[in-house]
Ligand binder design. Structure first.
Ligand code: GDG
Length: 487
């Protein structure tokens, strides 16, 4: 077996749009509330030094990210907990409106999720994006030391790798992209200078990671078209440097979800969900977003109810929608449409003692979330585009009982790994309706067979394997450079 490189010096610097905790100030002082999102748990696996890890870092993890607190509010406050030391980036409201709300969420998000008609191409957005990326760089430049490894995340920071590379040519820089990288026919809709700046920016890294091989292929095609550079299987040769471009499908903390099955609070939540309904449960949870296919899902369920009255009063669909970006008009309109569709379905099929849909617009504590994952007979996950989708992986990892059926959109990055799910086309209501029927009727033996295979895969490649894989590639890049230059 190839010996993995090890590294024991240097610190890890994470750069992401947000800091890993919320900062709350009151009369008692300042408190930090660590977020529990996917990226924070992934990075924690590095802080806690796992067995078999190919590296260890010095000191606490340094984390650079935006805060909506002002410099005056944070003056004299120690921004660190047992895992992270935070370095806030201060961005004015006006700049953030054009940078984050504008370029990131009104242009890149819709465009890269294949909604070009929703994308707004404003010059001020692009200028703000450049300025904000520079602000991140300005915050970092006095922090970076020679052996530090820098790991940058996502579409808010596409220009940052190159900004750092220009002044710190010897530091290892990784960049991970959490949303889909689109096909060139979509990417080329960006003005030429913008797409050049994006590609040049990302290529400042030593390793550029995506969730799937398709995104890797699309990115390499964009590189060929934009900088005219030939590339060979997963490498871009910039003469002085080699950039590795590869797929690293993000995963979850498998044990956390698997072990939660027996947690007292989770057991209580599971019983509380099951007892009053006494019906089969279909469950979904997503942030409010047009990419998540919420309306398509409702239409698929409606068609199922229309065609299968033998299932009336025997099944309820619990659809949780987590508030997100709902200050934006598009999101408000979409929410109204969801509210109306749920109302129409309930009015048509509901009975005094049966609610075909239970729809709630709120977020849930972790125990309730896993309670719902494990109480449900079917998880219905139908994004029209999703970089990966962690909800489906969490559902599978939570099912220690090996029961439950996953219905999953072919448009989610996760579909490439979870082939035992019932894979559907989210724009096809009939496909969704047929899959719901198949899932509700699936014998326990077949559920187990499918679940076992998916659980095995997620156990093997959990979030710790993901981070380990990414860093191993980053530390191996020099060896690869030597090998390729001798071929
Ligand atoms: C982006 C990409 C990619 C949701 N509601 C509650 C709750 N959640 C947690 C889930 C899951 C996470 O939020 C959602 O992750 P997703 O992957 O499904 O979606 P995005 O937020 O769009 O994330 C996506 C991801 O980045 C990682 O690279 O997979 O494609 O779009 O972890 O559990 N957690 C709790 N209560 C809730 O109500 N506790």
């Amino acid at each position: 077996m190839k010996k993995l490189p090890t590294r024991k010096k240097g610190r890890l610097i994470i750069v992401a749009y947000r800091l890993p905790f919320k900062i709350l100030k009151n009369e008692q002082g300042t408190s930090l509330f660590q977020n529990s999102g996917g990226l924070v748990s992934a990075v924690l696996s590095l802080a806690q030094g796992r067995e078999n890890a190919s590296f260890e870092f010095e000191d606490k993890i340094q984390w650079i990210g935006y805060t909506d607190n002002t410099p005056e509010e944070l003056a004299g406050v120690t921004l660190e907990n047992e895992n992270f030391r935070a370095h806030p980036v201060f961005i004015s409201q006006e700049l953030n409106d054009n940078y984050y709300e504008g370029f990131c969420n009104d242009l890149i998000w819709p465009l890269f999720h294949y909604f070009p008609s929703l994308a707004k191409f404003e010059t001020e957005f692009f200028e703000a994006y450049q300025e904000a990326n520079l602000l991140f760089y300005e915050t970092m430049k006095d922090i970076i030391q020679p052996d530090d490894v820098i790991w940058i995340h996502d579409y808010q920071l596409m220009m940052l790798p190159d900004l750092i590379r220009q002044s710190f040519p010897a530091n290892k820089i990784g960049f991970f992209f959490h949303i889909p990288f689109p096909s060139f026919e979509i990417f080329r809709l960006l003005p030429t200078t913008w797409r050049d700046a994006i590609i040049d920016g990302m290529l400042g890294a030593d390793v550029v990671g995506f969730h799937t091989n398709d995104y890797v292929e699309y990115f390499l095609k964009a590189v060929r078209m934009v900088i005219g550079q030939g590339n060979r299987m997963h490498y871009v040769n910039l003469n002085s440097r080699l950039v590795k471009v590869d797929a690293f499908p993000i995963s979850i903390d498998y044990n956390k979800f698997n072990d939660a099955y027996d947690d007292e609070k989770v057991v209580k939540e599971r019983k509380a969900a099951r007892a009053p309904l006494k019906k089969k449960i279909i469950f979904s949870v997503d942030r409010l977003d047009y990419s998540k296919g919420l309306l398509n899902r409702l239409k698929g369920y409606e068609r199922f109810l229309e065609q299968h009255d033998e299932w009336h009063e025997k099944v309820s669909f619990i659809m949780m929608v987590v508030p997100s970006r709902d200050q934006i008009e598009q999101y408000q309109n979409m929410k109204s449409e969801i509210d109306q569709t749920v109302g129409r379905i309930s009015a048509k099929y509901g009975r005094i003692h049966w609610q075909p849909i239970i729809y709630q617009y709120r977020s849930m504590p972790f125990e309730e979330l896993v309670g719902m994952y494990t109480a449900s007979d079917v998880a219905l996950i139908t994004p029209v585009r999703d970089g990966m989708n962690l909800v489906c992986k969490e559902y599978v990892a939570s099912r220690k009982d090996e029961l439950g059926v996953l219905i999953l959109s072919e448009m989610a990055g996760a579909a490439a790994e979870l082939g035992e799910a019932l894979i559907i086309n989210p724009t096809d209501s009939q496909d969704i309706a047929d899959a719901i029927l198949k899932a509700l009727e699936m014998p326990a033996k077949e559920q187990r067979k499918r679940m076992k295979a998916m659980r095995h895969r997620l156990r093997e490649y959990d979030v710790f394997a993901w981070t380990n894989d990414f860093f191993t590639q980053m530390l191996m890049i020099e060896q690869e450079h030597d090998r390729l230059s001798h071929e």
